[in-house]
Design a protein around this ligand. Sequence first.
Ligand code: EPU
Length: 417
Amino acid sequence: MKALKIQGGKKLNGTIRISGAKNSSVALIPAAILSDDSVVICNVPEITDTDALSDILDYLGADVKRASESIIIDSKSVINKKITVELSKKLRASYYFMGALLGRFKHVEMSFPGGCSIGSRPINLHLKGFEALGAKITEKDDYYIVDAEELRGANIYLDIASVGATINIMLAAVKAKGITIIDNAAKEPEIVNVATFLNNMGAKISGAGTSEIRITGVNKLSGCFHEVIPDRIEAGTYAIIAALCGQKIKIDNIIPEHLEALTSKFKDMSVNIEIGSDYFLISEKDNYKSTNIKTLVFPGFPTDLQQPFTVLLTQANGKSIVEETIWENRFMHIDELNKMGANIKVNGTKAIIIGKTSLHSEEVIATDLRAGAALVCAALISQGTTIIKNAEHILRGYEDIVGKLTDVGAKIEIIEI
Ligand code: EPU
């Protein structure tokens, strides 16, 4: 098992360059299956989640080459094999192979997807979308079998604006006959990035980034070159770290418009931030005001930054309230933060934080990816050396976290325990 060992209390200085978005990449890699030629996707982060998806492509017989930040995928020789438990359990996003294989072969068999335990995480909306397109779904021994004689465009209303369901339905519909309209679609930037990729391959998708996406089916998708957008959650996490313990930190290679919900809260708290065209410059400040956040779908405050942001609130003077509305189990970092000296009480979907409290080192457990990121934030401002166990969760989503933080002056290493 891997752990992160962090000696806290250092002031950080310098530039942190943000990698490509995990939650775009994990959809783009399976989507490559839909192309008849090879595709080049650049700015793909080297994290274990993207490795796990490349492994599934390998297993299906695609030719996958990794060249520094790019991945070149040739899916001509893909065989539509059953995706086993071992492959699909490694990450949630393995479910994008459902939409992609269904779109290409009209048939897919795969085990239930894995991922962080942050809630029940059903995929009923994905399946409802596939059914609307004409597929029949059978559940057998922990496997889904999704089969269609023909996929036909349909009007699909999503009860919840789900990121995964929106993308998966786009993947399945892109080669269906006729027009598909997804209503109450999710509007996250990653959806726009995936739609752009599919359009670069020859798809006809309009409206991505709004709540109505229109897909006109095409017969063939070709090769293309595509760039992954910067990871807004990685950027937000490092911006929070900069506000916590940066003297002067530049967060570089970002799209600031994707982080307006965060920067608006920074301003409420009086964080010292300069917002550039593709960077944030955050300078030291030691007196923050408390504030409240409520997680919402984009462009609201992202649930994936809720856990790291809670650590910043422990350093604000007074009472702050965090309300989590997306995932029912995303407060697992709170017990660990309280062990480190925070004063946080959970009441249903709300966490009440009383600050400012000084934090101290502890042996803590990363229960999921962003809980782990929150513990990294806390460890960096704690007196003493913190050990964060289950660091594998963190490495799933943050490319070279140790190198990036070391470069700005943190004392952090990965150890085997
Ligand atoms: N939901 C359903 N039925 C469905 C799908 C979703 O009830 O068929 C519910 C979920 O249970 C949840 C809500 O809808 O309560 C939103 O789920 P969504 O489908 O939008 O989430 P997701 O696609 O599974 C992606 C990200 C998550 C991020 C959420 C919300 C990926 C691989 N994952 O998950 O990222 O929290 O959107 O923005 O893109 C992370 O990076 O740490 C992470 C968990």
